[in-house]
Design a protein around this ligand. Structure first.
Ligand SMILES: NC(=O)c1ccc[n+]([C@@H]2O[C@H](COP(=O)([O-])OP(=O)(O)OC[C@H]3O[C@@H](n4cnc5c(N)ncnc54)[C@H](OP(=O)(O)O)[C@@H]3O)[C@@H](O)[C@H]2O)c1
Length: 275
C-alpha cells in the first residue's frame, strides 16, 4: 500500500496528496467501491450533497477497519442552500446522511455570484466549524474575487479550493491565486474527462517512457505541480492503478511539456451556476 503524503493546509490542517472522487458511486455498490479504495490506501473521500451518496461514503468509513482519524470525509454544500439558515441545516443534513459523528471537510460547491449569497454560506460554514460539526472548511470553483470577499468578511481563509485541473485546463492563474492565499488546490476531473487528453501524443510518449498508463502520467503531473487530484473509479483494480502515481517521478521537462498542453478554460464560475 502506498504511503500517501499529507499536505499542510491552514491552521495545521493535513490533507492527503490524492483523494477518491465519488461522483456516481451510490448505494451498496458505492459502499463497496469506497471500501476497496480505503483498503487500497485512499484517505481522502470527495463526496457532495448533490452526489446523493453521502450515506454510502459514510457507511464505508464506518464499516472500514481504517482508523477514522486518518480519513478525511469531504462533502459540499449545494447552491440552493446558500442562505445562512438553509446552509446550516444542509450541513447538519450532510452530517446526518454521513452517519458519522463529524464531517472532516465541507466545501461550498459553486459560488453562484449572480445569486450573491456565497458569503452568507461561508459564514454558516465558519459557525459550523466553531460548533464542532466539521473540522475543516473550504470552497470549490471560487475565483480570486470570491476568495477575497469571504476572507475579507470573516477573516477565515478556506483550507482548499477545489477546481478543474488537468493538462488541457491547467488553471495556472487560479492555482497561483490559491497558493498566494495559503489555500491548497484540489483538482477535479484529473483524468481529463470529456477530452482527448488520454490519447495526446505528449501524454502517451511520457507514459511509454515510464512504463505506466496515460492516466498515471496525468495524476503524476497533478502531484508534481502541487495539486491534490481526485480521480474517481468504481473498480478496485483501477483505484489501485491510480495510486501508482507515487512510484513515478516526472522530470522537470516532462512536467513542463504537459503544462504546455493548456488550451481550454473550464466553466466560468461568474456565470456557470449549480444549485
Ligand atoms: N467540485 C466540482 O464542481 C466537481 C466537478 C466534477 C468532479 N468533481 C469531483 O472530482 C471527481 C473526479 O472527477 P470526474 O469523476 O469528473 O472524472 P475523473 O476522475 O477524471 O475520471 C473518472 C472516469 O475515469 C475512469 N477511470 C478512472 N481511473 C481509471 C483507470 N485507471 N483506467 C481506466 N479508467 C479509469 C472512471 O471509470 P471507472 O469508475 O469505471 O473506473 C470514470 O469514468 C468526481 O468524482 C468528484 O468527486 C468535482
Amino acid at each position: 500500500m502506498p504511503d500517501i503524503p499529507l499536505l499542510a493546509g491552514q491552521d495545521g490542517a493535513r490533507i492527503p496528496a490524492i483523494g477518491l472522487g465519488t461522483y456516481d458511486l451510490r448505494g451498496a455498490d458505492g459502499v463497496a467501491a469506497t471500501r476497496t479504495a480505503l483498503d487500497a490506501g485512499y484517505r481522502l473521500l470527495d463526496t457532495a450533497f448533490n452526489y446523493d451518496n453521502e450515506g454510502a461514503v459514510g457507511r464505508a468509513v464506518a464499516e472500514s477497519a481504517v482508523p477514522r482519524d486518518t480519513i478525511v470525509y469531504s462533502t459540499k454544500l449545494p447552491g440552493r442552500y446558500h442562505r445562512h439558515d438553509l446552509a446550516r441545516r444542509a450541513i447538519e443534513e450532510s452530517l446526518f446522511r454521513s452517519g458519522l459523528d463529524r464531517l472532516d471537510l465541507v466545501l461550498i460547491h459553486w459560488p453562484n455570484p449572480r445569486v450573491g449569497l456565497y458569503a452568507e454560506a461561508w459564514r454558516a460554514l465558519v459557525e459550523a466549524r466553531a460548533d464542532g460539526l466539521v473540522s475543516m472548511i473550504g470552497v470549490s470553483n471560487f475565483l480570486p474575487e470570491h476568495l477575497d470577499r469571504i476572507i475579507g468578511e470573516t477573516g477565515v481563509t478556506p483550507v482548499v479550493n477545489q477546481i478543474l485541473v488537468h493538462p488541457y485546463t491547467p488553471n495556472d492563474a487560479l492555482r497561483a491565486a490559491n497558493a498566494e492565499r495559503g489555500i491548497l488546490t484540489e483538482g477535479y476531473s484529473p483524468l481529463g474527462k470529456h477530452t482527448d487528453l488520454l490519447a495526446d501524443p505528449v501524454v502517451t510518449r511520457i507514459a511509454v517512457a515510464h512504463g505506466v498508463s496515460a492516466r498515471v502520467v496525468l495524476l503524476a503531473w497533478s502531484v508534481a505541480i502541487g495539486v491534490i487530484p481526485l480521480p474517481k473509479s468504481a473498480s478496485p483494480a483501477r483505484q489501485a492503478e491510480n495510486l501508482d502515481v507515487f512510484g513515478v517521478e516526472l522530470s522537470a521537462d516532462e512536467v513542463a511539456a504537459l503544462s504546455d498542453l493548456g488550451r481550454a478554460e473550464g466553466a466560468d464560475p461568474r456565470t456557470h451556476e449549480e444549485f
